[in-house]
Each structure stands twice: as structure tokens, then as C-alpha cells.
Design a protein around this ligand. Structure first.
Ligand SMILES: [Zn+2]
Length: 254
């Protein structure tokens, strides 16, 4: 059986409150042996750590999403630092910029990103970055720091992808790759070498075809991997092996 890794899911989300262990068991049955549960504010970061401790093969990431960047004050950063000392925590995120919804002012988003990048560098952890309609500003920020990580649910242009991988960043590829209208993302996957790609579901969001519009879950990773395999002209087994190895290297999964 192919061994997969889901580098970005939210089993800490209220949508999974009733059945996270069963959802994770289905994923294990599908060959998804590791997953990173990603926080997006203090409460969900705390829940990510707790959920990861309960589920074998799960790890946690802690951070404050750009939507909630206004919450990223000194106390919040201290709390993130405490949470990040837990052995299950393998990354800082999701952090970044979202100019599509602009739920926090742009300058506040930029400052919150840089403060959390500082935390990641301090703790020698990679970062999980959320970016929407802000790739130029984001890449300008990332270029200033010796940081590694993943641009989760990558949605930029090919030239953004090229600039990111030249700086050593990975691209997270999710369910969107199975959508009929995902022309730009297909081009990105075609052009960027497999060694820079990671797979993710972003569950409960963005379920791949044929589950589109319903609750997403980590057991759907093979559907995403199959689509990447088709675009790359490789076997699903190669995609599973390579992307799982990249995830283990970047996040130090054991
Ligand atoms: Zn997410």
C-alpha cells in the first residue's frame, strides 16, 4: 500500500469534534500514516496540540492566521511559544497574508507574520504559510529571513511558485488540483519539480472531486496524489513515496 502524509488538516476544527478518531482511522486505512493538524488562532492551536497527542501519527502546528492577525499581541506570542515547546509541535502556522478577505488590516497582517516568523526562527521550526492574493508582498517578506516551510494550498502564479522554490520553499498541493477549472495550479504542478511539492487536504475545507462541496478529510489524500501523478506522468506510488519523504525531512516527522 502507498504511504501518504497529509501536511495540512484541521482535525482540531469543530466539524470534527464528534468523530476525529474515526476520521483519522479511515485515513490510516487509506495509507495516510502521518498528518499535521494546523492551528489558526490560540484556541485552535491549543486544540491542535491536544488532538495530535491523542492520535498516533498526528503532529501539530501552532500559529495565528492572517484573518485574526489583530489578536497577535505580546501575550498571544508568549502562549504560542509555550505551546510550541510541546513535543508534538513541528511547525509555526498557519501564518501569512490574506488580501482577498482582508479581515485584519494589511499592515497588521504583515507585522503578525514577521513576529511569528521570528518565533519560528527562534525555535528552529519550519513555517506553514497561508497566502491569498498577496504573493508578491509575501515573497518579499520571506526573502528577508533564513526560514523554511511550505506555502500551503498554493494558489499563486507560476512565477510566484518559481520564486518560492528558488528560496527553498515547498508548495502544498490540495484538493483544488482535482477541480476542472484549476488551470493555473495544474501548470504550477507541471512546471515545478516534484521535490518541491507536498500534499495536503486542508480538511474540512476544499474536498477533492468527487467529494467537492462536502466535508473534506485526510483519507482523501490519495485522490489528490492520483491527480498529481497524472499531471506528472508518474505512478501514485512514486508520488506517495516522494511527497512523504519531503514532509518527513521538512518537519522532522518520525
Ligand atoms: Zn488551513
Amino acid at each position: 500500500m502507498n504511504i501518504w502524509t497529509d501536511t495540512h488538516c484541521h482535525l482540531n476544527h469543530p466539524d470534527f469534534a464528534a468523530d476525529a478518531p474515526q476520521v483519522w482511522e479511515r485515513a490510516r486505512q487509506a495509507g495516510v500514516r502521518s498528518a499535521i493538524i494546523v492551528g489558526y488562532d490560540l484556541a485552535s492551536s491549543d486544540a491542535a496540540v491536544q488532538t495530535a497527542q491523542r492520535l498516533e501519527g498526528c503532529w501539530a502546528s501552532v500559529g495565528i492566521h492572517p484573518h485574526d492577525a489583530v489578536q497577535c499581541n505580546r501575550d498571544a506570542l508568549l502562549r504560542l511559544r509555550q505551546l510550541a515547546s510541546q513535543p508534538s509541535v513541528v511547525a509555526i502556522g498557519e501564518i501569512g497574508l490574506d488580501y482577498y478577505r482582508n479581515l485584519s488590516p494589511r499592515d497588521v497582517q504583515q507585522q503578525a507574520s514577521e513576529e511569528q516568523i521570528g518565533l519560528a526562527l527562534d525555535l528552529r521550526l519550519p513555517a506553514i504559510i497561508h497566502c491569498r492574493d498577496a504573493y508578491d508582498d509575501l515573497l518579499d517578506i520571506l526573502a528577508r529571513y533564513p526560514l523554511r516551510g511550505v506555502l500551503h494550498c498554493f494558489s499563486g502564479e507560476v512565477h510566484h511558485a518559481q520564486r518560492a522554490v528558488e528560496m527553498g520553499w515547498y508548495l502544498g498541493i490540495g484538493g483544488v488540483i482535482t477541480f476542472k477549472n484549476a488551470h493555473t495550479l495544474r501548470e504550477v504542478v507541471q512546471q515545478i519539480p516534484l521535490r518541491y511539492l507536498l500534499l495536503e487536504t486542508d480538511a474540512p475545507y476544499l474536498a477533492p472531486t468527487p467529494h467537492r462541496g462536502r466535508r473534506n478529510e485526510p483519507s482523501y489524500i490519495p485522490l489528490i496524489g492520483a491527480q498529481v501523478a497524472a499531471i506528472k506522468g508518474e505512478t501514485p506510488e512514486q508520488i506517495a513515496t516522494e511527497t512523504t519523504r519531503h514532509a518527513s525531512e521538512l518537519f522532522g516527522l518520525r
